[in-house]
Structures are given as C-alpha cells and as structure tokens.
Ligand binder design. Structure first.
Ligand code: HEM
Length: 504
C-alpha cells in the first residue's frame, strides 16, 4: 500500500517535460552520439530549457538556458552544490573524495580551501611564474626545431601544460611516469561510466567495472610513488640533508597526522591520492583544449590572427620574449580567449550537480537525488543573448562587462556558484601566456597548401584523420572522474609553423 501511494505521489508531480522513455535504459540512446551537447540542445528546442531525461536508473534534468542556469547555480545553489556519486567516481576517485567529486560539505570545503590557497589563487600566480616561463621556453625551442614542417600542436601544448601543473603542484615533473600518468588520466576521462545504470550486473556485463578496476590499479601505483617520494624528501629535509620546499602534496600530507589537534580535518592517503589525481586531470586538458581551439579559430580567420599577433608583437617587442609582466595589456588576445571559451567551452556540459532536496523550479518538481546537467555550450550560443551566436568574433567582448566569475549566466565556461572552477586564474594565465608565445615567435598556416577557410571545425567524438589534419575529440564523462556527462570537445589540427619571426 505504501508503495502504491508513493508511486502516485511521484507520478502526479510536475516533473519537467522530456522525450518518451524506453524500459530500463530510458533515454540513454539519445545521448550516445558523437556530440551529446548538440543533441541535448536540439532536444531542448522541442521539450524546453528545463528537460527531464531518464538515463538508466538516473533521473536527469538538463538545463539549457541562462535563466534556469541561474536558478540552479545561484537561487538554489546550496541544494545543487553536491556531485552525484557514480561507479567511476567511486573507483577512480577513491570513493568520491577528490576536490571535484566530493559531496558538498565540510570535507569538500577544507580540500578546496587547501588547493586554492596553495596552488590556484591569484596570490600563487607570481611565485609560479618562473616555472611557467621555463616550460614555455622549452615549448618554443621544441617548436623552433620543427620550423617549416607540420606540427601536432595538441601533443606539444598538452605536454607543456601538464609539466607546469606537475611542477607547481607536485614539485617536479614525473619524467618517467608523466606520460603514462597523462595517458591513464585521459583514459579515465573518456570512460562513459556514469551513463550506465548503476546496477552491478550491468557494469560487469558491459565490461565497465573491470576496465575501471584495471585503470584504478595502474593510477594508484603512480600516485603511491608520488606520495612515497614526498615522504622521503620530507624526512631528508628533517635530517637537514635537503632544503625543504613545500608543494601541494606536502601540504596535503600534513593533514594525514590524526594526532595534530590544530587540523580540523584528517586526510587518509586515499583522500590525498584522489585530490592529486583530480587536480592533474582538471588542470591539464581544459587549458590545452582552449589553446587549440583559439589557434584553430585564428588560423581559420587570418584577420583575427593578424590583429592578435600585431598586438602581442607590439607589447613584447622591446623585451624580445613573452613574459607575465605585460600580459594584461593584451586586450585583444584576452577577447580571443573569451570568445573561444564561449563557442568551445572545453566542458560543454558542466560537471553534474546532485539535487539534495526536492524543490520547485518555475513550478516544475525536481526530485531529490536527481542529477542536473547544465549545457554551457548551448547557453553560450543562445540567440536570445548573443548576436550572430555561431560567429567567432572576439570584438564582441571589447568593452563588455561579461567576465568569468559566474555572474553572467549566458557565459559560464567555468561554471558558477559554490562549485565554480577554482582553477580559472591558474588556467587562464597558462592559456594566455602560451597563446601569446605561439603568436609572438611563429607564423602559422595549415599544412600541405590547405586553405585556411577549409579547416574542418567539426567536433568529433573519436580520432578521425583527414588527408592533412587530424580532427580529434576527447570525450569523457567526468572531468576528474566524477561526473555524469561532463566531457570535453577538442579539435586537434596539424599546423605548419612557417617561420620564426623572432628567434628564441
Ligand atoms: C581553461 C581552463 C579551464 C576551464 C574552462 C575549466 C572549467 C571547469 C568547469 C566548467 C568546471 C565545473 C564547474 C561547475 O560544476 O560549475 C570545473 C571544475 C573544476 N576545475 Fe576547472 N577549468 C579549467 C582549468 C582548471 C585548472 C587549471 C584547474 C586546476 C589546476 C582546475 C580545477 C578544477 C577543479 C578542482 C574543479 C572542481 C571544483 C569543485 O567541484 O569544487 N580547472 N572547471
């Protein structure tokens, strides 16, 4: 009797509209496409900007307008500040204990505060500047050695960005293991684990669970080594053999001591591993992908390329190289980055939120425990807010007050509210400096005589090689193994470096 009563209760609730659902798998077929963010935008045109999809056993609400995004991430931010628990975050993020996967609460607040204070805040930009500049010099030298031939920008940029993160967060490049670590983290990011119903048999039948377990074992070994190295360095420093230089891992390790009454939280080794892994995963690809899309848009439109390049060369002409000091003078380049993030947010579907208390949004009932996904990609192209939304036109941001801090809900490449990306300052400085260096030192074009306007900007799910450039898209369900549908859309084109303007 109780069951029937409950069912009637739920079915009479005014849940947001959505497409017809298949038994067991519900609407999963709708999102198994090369571009779920586009499919969801198209569905939203039919069912509205607050839409219900049933993904296996998960009630999912898709948000596709700035107004509803504001409702979720501002008006009802506390209710939606948690992340859904998934098989992937459970296995790869050590029972969802990393900064991005942890549920909203005291534990998450402490982890986020440590990461922000030690690595991500604007106060940390200057101390890390020498590391950035050294890695950029390495990147420029590497590209310089390939003048006149095509270069896969994706690989070199990604490796440079990951080196910056490793050195700033973990104290050094994990030379022998870094490449393996990157590829394992990327593999984790491409598993569509949370699209599957959570039932264990389904995960076994589809092979998802064994795959995640294998990945977890491999990643765990590398993370264990990072921690052991830090512990060894710490005891050497204590013995006075080495100068003690603290990085994020050292700070996290201090919270491992349960007997230290000054700490209001105790971290286990697994908690620390989850956080290291998530910082590494969240920090690398979005920045590298933004750089690639910006380069692709500029190569496609030489007018924009020339304007940005003239500005960079004018500002840094006297110095002969790009550094952090005058980066704020690059007004046009900053608009190029903003426009790139509007059209190509690296996570087109923001990391999912979990509804922790049933509530009403514009009269619609949002059930407790439902997952909410905000389609930042669709919002950035909403014709009600953007003129010529599909056009890459950086000038739209010149003199505009729209910024990255999550208050303009028509522009949310870093999300908004309590869970907004804490790495925006850290990420943007890397993006701006790298782009400025690429433009300052080199001239670019497409290889094999391909015309600029022919550059294929199609977002693809998988690697697809054309005759003269590679289009590749990494698609993953969790920025940091935690989300339901957060994934990145990248373009990877081979560009030819046609000459060094200023020798490095
Ligand atoms: C262009 C670069 C970047 C973009 C576009 C980006 C975008 C995002 C987005 C959309 C989210 C989800 C926000 C939400 O749920 O509302 C996020 C979360 C996060 N990002 Fe970034 N990100 C970037 C760079 C970075 C960097 C460099 C780091 C760290 C080194 C970082 C660390 C994180 C973390 C830890 C979270 C999870 C925060 C939480 O759940 O509390 N991100 N990012």
């Amino acid at each position: 009797i109780v069951r029937n009563h409950k069912k009637t209760d739920e079915s009479t609730q005014n849940i947001p509209p959505g497409p017809w659902k298949l038994p067991i798998i519900g609407n999963i077929p709708y999102i198994l496409t090369t571009a779920p963010h586009k499919r969801l935008r198209d569905l939203a045109k039919i069912y509205g900007p607050l839409m219900h999809l049933q993904l296996g056993d998960m009630t999912t609400i898709i948000v596709s307008s700035p107004e509803y995004a504001r409702e979720i991430m501002k008006s009802h931010d506390v209710i939606f500040a948690s992340r859904p628990h998934s098989v992937t975050s459970n296995l790869l993020s050590y029972k969802a204990t990393g900064i991005a996967s942890a549920p909203y609460g005291k534990y998450w607040r402490v982890i986020r505060k440590i990461c922000t204070e030690e690595l991500l805040s604007s106060n940390r930009v200057d101390p890390f500047q020498p590391i950035r500049e050294e890695e950029l010099t390495n990147l420029i030298k590497m590209i310089d050695s390939q003048i006149g031939s095509p270069i896969n920008l994706t690989q070199v940029v990604l490796s440079s960005i990951y080196s910056i993160i490793s050195r700033t967060a973990f104290g050094k490049k994990y030379c022998s293991e870094q490449e393996e670590f990157i590829s394992l983290v990327k593999e984790g990011l491409t598993i569509l684990g949370d699209l599957f119903p959570s039932t264990r048999w389904f995960q076994l039948v589809t092979g998802l669970r064994p795959k995640l377990e294998r990945l977890h074992r491999q990643l765990d070994q590398i993370l264990e080594n990072i921690i052991i190295e830090h512990e060894k360095a710490k005891s050497k420093a204590r013995e006075g053999q080495d100068e003690e230089k603290e990085d994020l891992v050292d700070i996290l390790l201090k919270f491992q001591d349960a007997n230290d009454n000054n700490k209001n939280i105790y971290l286990t080794k697994d908690n620390i591993k989850a956080t290291i892994q998530e910082i590494f995963g969240a920090g690398g690809e979005p920045s590298a992908i933004t750089i690639e899309w910006a380069m692709a848009e500029m190569v496609k439109d030489p007018r924009v390329m020339k304007k940005a390049q003239d500005e960079v060369r004018k500002v840094f002409n006297m110095k002969g190289r790009v550094d952090g000091t005058c980066i704020n003078e690059l007004k046009y380049l900053k608009s190029v980055v903003k426009e790139t993030l509007r059209l190509h947010p690296p996570g087109p579907l923001l990391l999912p939120r979990k509804c922790t208390q049933a509530c009403k949004i514009n009269g619609y009932h949002i059930p407790i425990k439902s997952t909410v996904i905000v389609n930042a990609w669709a919002i950035g192209r909403d014709p009600n807010y953007w003129t010529e939304p599909e056009r890459f036109y950086p000038e739209r941001f010149i003199g505009s007050s729209i910024n990255y801090n999550g208050n303009n809900f028509e522009y949310i490449p870093f999300g908004a509210g309590r869970r907004i990306c804490p790495g925006s300052t850290f990420g943007l400085i890397n993006v701006e400096l790298t782009l400025a260096s690429l433009l300052y030192h080199f001239d670019w074009k497409l290889p094999n005589g391909k015309k600029n306007e022919d550059l294929d900007m199609t977002e693809e799910f998988k690697c697809a090689k054309n005759d003269d450039h590679i289009l590749y898209v990494s698609h993953y369900d969790q920025l940091l193994m935690a989300s339901l549908l957060g994934w990145m859309v990248a373009i990877v084109a081979d560009f030819a470096v046609i000459g060094a303007k200023f020798v490095v």
